[in-house]
Design a binder for this molecule. Structure first.
Ligand code: TIU
Length: 221
């Protein structure tokens, strides 16, 4: 067992053989200049600062033999898996399925939907395509983790208060212990980043634990 002593609200203990690194939605459309996220007026720099620490954490996790799972948010080209409540959200002409700067917005197979080059999955690493904010909703993630006897998740990706939070809440309800890596998750809104992390660790770790990636790298074999 390994222990991240600096985790809040309390030390986080995990067995690397039953722990996966989860990389949530590090997609070009959310992170890259000229992408969908930036076209909505967001500062992608707030998300891009996660790329360097996450690159180092990915390398460390792979070297230590941890399972690595990536996710992408997006929809089938006919949008049949996108409920009207999601489809009708947002500015007209900048909705899911509309032509965007890097292909159709949040549609599977489009350039902008895919993961940034810096964090490309290795062959054999599962990539979970998810239609919702949470990575467990309408996906095979729970079955995939059960298959590998995974009980603990090191959670990274974007955005902190949306897909990361939703996924951590889903995971917590399913009995997984989640350590969220503060420097490897990002929000377009600095206040949401701070409060989003505080919300996870509050009330004795109501959804999980929070630490920095360097705290994990220091204990990985
Ligand atoms: N992956 C994810 O968080 N999807 C979003 O739509 N996030 C926003 O913050 N909009």
């Amino acid at each position: 067992m390994l222990t991240v002593a600096a985790a809040r609200p309390s030390p986080y203990t995990f067995d690397p053989s039953t722990t996966a690194l989860l990389v949530i939605d590090m997609q070009r459309d959310f992170l890259e200049p000229g992408g969908f996220g930036e076209s909505l007026g967001n500062d992608v720099g707030q998300l891009r600062r996660t790329i360097a620490p996450l690159t180092a954490l990915l390398a460390g996790a792979r070297a230590a033999g941890l399972s690595v799972v990536h996710t992408r948010e997006g929809h089938l080209p006919d949008l049949s898996d996108c409920p009207p409540a999601k489809l009708n959200r947002g500015l007209p002409s900048k909705r899911i399925g509309d032509p965007g700067p890097k292909g159709r917005i949040l549609v599977r197979g489009e350039y902008g939907h895919d993961i940034v080059d810096e964090l490309s999955p290795l062959p054999g690493e599962p990539v979970i395509d998810k239609p919702g904010k949470g990575a467990f909703y309408a996906t095979g993630l729970d079955a995939l983790l059960a298959d590998q006897q995974i009980r603990s998740l090191l959670v990274t990706g974007v955005t902190t208060e949306v897909c990361v939070h939703t996924t951590v809440r889903e995971a917590n309800d399913r009995g997984y212990e989640c350590l969220v890596l503060a420097d490897c998750v990002g929000s377009y809104f600095p206040e949401f980043q701070r409060v989003g992390l505080d919300m996870i660790a509050a009330q004795g770790g109501i959804f999980g634990w929070v630490a920095d990636s360097t705290d994990v790298l220091a204990v990985l074999p």
